[in-house]
Design a protein around this ligand. Structure first.
Ligand code: CP
Length: 307
């Protein structure tokens, strides 16, 4: 039976906070939790949830994970707390340090998350920022591992905007030695700093950028997409829809992979835009297994960070 082990990091602000061996260990522990082979508890801890954006999967999976570990969650809503009034992060974080054992934070700027971590002297977890979505990537790679048994020779093609979800896939893929391809329109590539860092971690040319999705998917084992307009970008959605014409994951794109790939989407989806209804409900989709794996991977993450 796998038991939680202490990571070198106290926080999970970025996919790069964990080492390759730590990710592999966490995925095994998550699988143990999923298969009910571990009933490990961290009693009487409290996870504070600060969510500045809407969430279903991340919020509920953190709540259920803490419950399964024998611990509790408190929601710190910006509208009913003093966060919405503009209390400085350094004050909020220091006070919450006296009450809570960990924080999971969904906010806009990565620098705000880093500021929380500076003043909150216990684990802080990135529950999505504009830069990264590292908890999502853990669930994604557990889903891939379940499907293929490991990561050797796996090609993951992400079709969409080169932002937070893509960035965490790029980093986790680089750590695990997975070839990650990004297919996006010109002007929507991941930031140069993200590409540079991924190439430093894995110099074996494992990250490739494409502007034609039909070429990017050739031979891929995993096709992955996300909404074209992230939360906070709603006003740009009609422009983005135009930019992303031709980037819909549909049956034709699956066929072009010529490898019977699995299809992932972090959800929520706009059916008919970045992915068709038929693909979400089709035989290649592992989207709801992927969503379930948010729970098991976050339970494993919390067990390691809190024990
Ligand atoms: N994938 C994801 O983060 O979903 P939520 O926005 O519902 O948490």
């Amino acid at each position: 039976m796998y038991k939680p082990k202490k990571f070198d990091t106290d926080n999970f602000l970025s996919s790069l906070d964990l080492k390759k061996e730590e990710i592999l260990y966490l995925l095994e522990l998550a699988k143990n939790f999923k298969d009910k082979q571990s009933s490990f508890k961290v009693k009487d801890k409290v996870l504070g949830l600060i969510f500045d954006k809407a969430s279903t999967r991340t919020r509920v999976s953190f709540q259920v994970a803490m419950s399964r570990l024998g611990s509790n969650v408190i929601e710190i809503n910006r509208n009913t707390s003093q966060i919405g009034r503009g209390e400085p992060i350094k004050d909020t974080a220091r006070v919450l340090s006296r009450y809570c054992d960990a924080l999971a934070i969904r906010t806009f700027k990565q620098v705000d998350l880093v500021e929380y971590a500076k003043w909150f002297k216990k684990p802080v977890i990135n529950a999505l920022t504009d830069l990264e979505h590292p908890c999502q990537a853990l669930a994604d790679f557990l889903t891939i591992k379940e499907e293929f048994g490991g990561f050797k020779n796996i090609i993951l093609t992400f079709i969409g905007d080169g932002n937070n979800v893509a960035n965490s896939l790029i980093f986790t893929g680089a750590l695990l030695g997975v070839e990650v391809r990004i297919a996006c329109p010109k002007g929507f590539e991941p930031k140069t700093s993200i590409i540079k860092r991924a190439n430093e971690i894995n110099p074996n040319n494992s990250l490739k950028i494409f502007h034609d999705p039909s070429i990017a998917v050739k031979g891929a084992n995993v096709l992955y997409t996300d909404v074209w307009s992230s939360m906070g970008e709603e006003s740009e959605s009609s422009i983005k829809d135009k930019n992303f014409e031709g980037f819909t994951v549909n049956q034709d794109l699956i066929n072009r992979a010529n490898n019977d790939p699995i299809v992932l989407h972090c959800l929520p989806a706009y059916r008919g835009k970045e992915i068709t209804d038929q693909v979400i409900e089709g035989k290649n989709s592992r989207i709801f297994n992927q969503a379930e794996n948010r729970l098991h991977t976050q339970q494993a993450l919390l067990a390691c960070l809190l024990s």
